[in-house]
Design a binder for this molecule. Structure first.
Ligand code: FAD
Length: 286
């Protein structure tokens, strides 16, 4: 098992994000997905967390399963929304006992009716607590197209720079236009940030679903992406293939531009990620 800060120091990392399924069938299918992806030797996999603790047990179970049953290093997402400091200490204590070494420290979005007691306002406070607890490599979220609650660009970037001064690395929300990522990296550099910012890649298979997700996270689905995807019509296989081609092109440009790695939002499936690895010639020796 490895700390992500050490992996990033050694060279580009290729990683995949999963969410903990709700039902038995989802766990079985995710087990297959992980074993298919294990052949690609991802540097780490990350597991999402339901803000307020809605997936607390399932996230911990999946993180532990990856650590015990696979050769891949896991990272647990953890959100501060809806949690007390005691909750967070208890969760970190369990992860430490389990040998988990990586935490993605997030704000989290509680559902509209999810107002519960919280000792935290911003993810930065969680980063500080995880640091003080000790023993974890800590990542944070970055929003190339700005976080929807940021009042302006400068404030968004300054808060991100403050987080990155304390954390080891960031992972971005997904984006389709590389300029959003490159401009953000330049803006962070001008604020003195030198920590790695991993681009988050979402291979599209369902335009409607991605448009809804993008809307919630403040991201844009550019017209040229919509046009390309619409060429598939009702042909789901063609849509997946176009999504993979678009993502491959974006990844190739990111690698050329010196991105510190690629983080795939795989939505618990393996095909698109495997195709992109193959197209890019990643892990050729395997
Ligand atoms: P914060 O860093 O707290 O930022 C939120 C807003 O507050 C921003 O506008 C920021 O500029 C502002 N802000 C920060 N600090 C201050 C300050 N000191 N004063 C004033 N304003 C401030 N959500 C989940 O629920 N579960 C997950 O597993 C999950 N995984 C994610 C993984 C990645 C890679 C990404 C990019 C996002 C993920 N999210 C997840 C979504 C995330 O929780 C939401 O985007 C959330 O709204 C913001 O999270 P954050 O960590 O950026 O919050």
């Amino acid at each position: 098992m490895a700390r992500i800060s050490d992996l990033l120091a050694a060279g580009p990392t290729y990683s995949v994000e999963f969410f903990p399924p709700k039902h038995e069938a989802g766990w079985l299918s995710l087990g297959r997905t992980i074993s298919e992806l294990e052949h690609l030797a991802p540097d780490f996999v990350s597991v999402t967390y339901g803000a307020g603790g809605s997936t607390r047990t399932r996230t911990a179970d999946l993180v532990s399963w990856v650590r015990r049953q696979t050769s891949i290093s896991p990272m647990a997402h953890l959100t501060c929304a809806g949690h007390t400091r005691d909750d967070i200490r208890a969760i970190l204590t369990d992860y430490r006992a389990e040998g988990v070494e990586n935490i993605l420290a997030l704000g989290g979005d509680l559902p509209a009716d999810g107002e519960t007691e919280s000792d935290y306002r911003f993810s930065m406070e969680l980063v500080d607590d995880v640091r003080e607890f000790g023993g974890f490599s800590v990542g944070v979220a970055a929003h190339p197209e700005l976080h929807p609650r940021s009042p302006d660009r400068g404030t968004d970037r300054q808060h991100l720079a403050n987080k990155l001064a304390a954390a080891d690395f960031a992972i971005t929300q997904f984006f389709f236009d590389i300029e959003h990522y490159l401009v953000m990296i330049d803006e962070l550099a001008s604020l003195g940030v030198t920590k790695p910012v991993l681009p988050g890649i979402m291979p599209i298979s369902n335009l409607g679903q991605i448009t809804r997700m993008a809307h919630m996270s403040g991201a844009e689905v550019p017209g040229w992406v919509i046009e390309a995807m619409e060429k598939a019509g009702d042909n789901l296989d063609a849509a997946e293939r176009i999504g993979v081609d678009l993502a491959t092109e974006l990844c190739a440009r990111l690698i050329d531009e010196g991105a510190p790695g690629l983080h795939f939002y795989a939505l618990n499936r393996s095909w698109a990620t495997r195709e992109i690895f193959r197209n890019l010639g990643l892990r050729p020796a395997l």
